[in-house]
Design a protein around this ligand. Structure first.
Ligand code: ATP
Length: 240
């Protein structure tokens, strides 16, 4: 039987800003049913990899594949149509628009209103705290609520793979737990996840596998349990 292509695959990716290399020869993959995390300190190259995957930055070298299909040259909206959804760093909500308008914008590439309405209802079932606030201006939500809106908006494109750039940064521990639970639930519903985190403890507690990034290179990869038990990772990232 032919083996199944990974959901998301990055092969030999290198990227620079001008002449300055930011990421060198990075390979990673998210397989079906997985939550995978990319952990690294400030400036390790995590956001650069995300930008290359979603077509916002042209890599110097390397390939990105979604379910085996090369994504080179596809615009961000084509990628959304193909099932890739991104929750960017800093959430980037439309702060002056209502929650409902933000969610509707998450579905902008779709042209089946009935399916979009169904997904809106599904998303509000998964995020019950948002249901009664559809006409609230998004910019007035707390940081944690805004992060939930950003994840909910990403779900509105009906993705098969979701990438999140530091979804728990700056949030209170109780909100971090809520976001982790949501991501586990989303993964269970069949969406494969790549989550970038500086908070290794949170990331490894929800992920199946992880990659450690330093200076733009992958320096370790393993299942999440082994990484969290590794002395090196404990010292550098878990403060143990
Ligand atoms: P953070 O957690 O701070 O977002 P990161 O791991 O996502 O860090 P990147 O933002 O990908 O790291 O940065 C990787 C390297 O590229 C760093 O050395 C950074 O200074 C550099 N870099 C990032 N964005 C730019 C840019 N727009 N122009 C020039 N250099 C950049």
């Amino acid at each position: 039987m032919p083996s199944e292509a990974p959901s998301l695959q990055v092969i030999g990716l290198s990227a620079s800003y001008g002449d300055v290399p930011a990421v060198t020869d990075v390979s990673l993959e998210v397989r079906r049913g997985e939550i995978v995390t990319m952990i690294g300190a400030n400036g390790a190259g995590k956001s650069t990899i995300i930008k290359c995957i979603c077509g916002l930055l042209k890599p110097v070298a390397g390939t990105v594949k979604l379910f085996g299909e090369d994504l080179r040259g596809l615009t961000p909206d084509r990628l959304v149509k193909k099932g890739l959804s991104v929750v960017p760093e800093g959430r980037r909500l439309f702060g002056k628009m209502t929650l409902k308008e933000n969610l509707e914008l998450g579905a902008y590439t779709r042209n089946d209103p009935a399916a979009v309405r169904r997904d809106m209802d599904r998303v509000l079932t998964d995020f019950p705290e948002l249901r009664d606030r559809l006409s609230t201006i998004a910019g007035t939500f707390s940081g944690g609520q805004q992060q939930m809106v950003a994840v909910a908006r990403a779900m509105m494109s009906n993705p098969r793979v979701m990438m999140l750039d530091e979804p728990t940064i700056g949030l209170a521990p109780v909100v971090v737990d809520r976001i982790s639970d949501l991501l586990l639930k989303i993964a269970k519903s069949g969406v494969d996840i790549l989550v970038v985190e500086q908070n290794a403890e949170v990331a490894l507690s929800m992920a199946d596998r992880g990659y450690i990034l330093e200076g733009g290179r992958v320096i370790a990869e393993d299942d999440a349990k082994s990484l969290s038990e590794s002395e090196e990772v404990q010292k550098a990232y878990l403060g143990i």
